[in-house]
Structure formats: structure tokens, C-alpha cells
Design a protein around this ligand. Sequence first.
Ligand SMILES: [Zn+2]
Length: 144
Amino acid sequence: MANHRVSARKVKRLWTYNVTEAATVTGATSATIRQWLKAGLQAVPGVRPSIVRGVDLIAFVKGRQAGRKRPCGPGRIYCLRCKEPREPAFGEVEYWPDTATKGALRGLCPVCGGWLCRRTTITGARAAAGDLSISFKCDGPSLG
Ligand SMILES: [Zn+2]
């Protein structure tokens, strides 16, 4: 399932969950829970079939989410194709407005040639772009 969101929000710290219950409460599938058990999710020792404590399930899901975050520093934009933050080719980005205050910085990925896109505000664009040169595009919503 694409874009399937897994969350620890509904997990109760003091409860225990079997694989099916853990899947229901996190929004993952039972197969995913079994993979997590192999990947280091702590099961209660000596109990078959496996059960997990809520507190361990929360820690595992949160740790997994934290490990996935790739913060982009100034001058870097996340490339969806490479799955890495990249410095745009030629040190240049374009600011494309969506509304009067919000828009996106766009640049070219120097590695795969795909588009890089970083959502920002017009006031945040300068800080997000760091040392890159920005050209502002005016063919968004017309300003009158
Ligand atoms: Zn790329």
C-alpha cells in the first residue's frame, strides 16, 4: 500500500499487543509487524505467539520515523528520485509562488537531473536557499 501511514499515536504504553493487535493499532500490516520483530522490535521474552509491550512498540515506531528524516540544511533540497538532500546544479534555484506568501524553491538535481522542490514562504526562501542564487518567477498568481 503506497503512502500507508504508520503511527504510534494510538498505542497504549502499558498494554501488550499480539501481532494482529499491533498491526491494527499502528496502521501497519501483520507482515510489517513480523518484519519489525526481526528488525529489532522487542517482543516479550518466552511468550509464543509473540506479544509486544506498548512502550516498546512506541519506541520502535518513533525511532524508525526519526531515522528516516533527512533534514535539508540551507542551500540543499531533497531529491525525491535520489532520496538524498542535494545542492542544486549550477548553484541556482527558482522561486515559484503559489500564493502571495507561499511557494517553492525549484532546482535541478546534479546527480539524476530530476527536479528538486522545497516548499517555503517568500520570506523563508532566502534562508532556505543559503548561498544559492534565486531567480523569482512572476507567473504564479497575478499580483494585479
Ligand atoms: Zn536526484
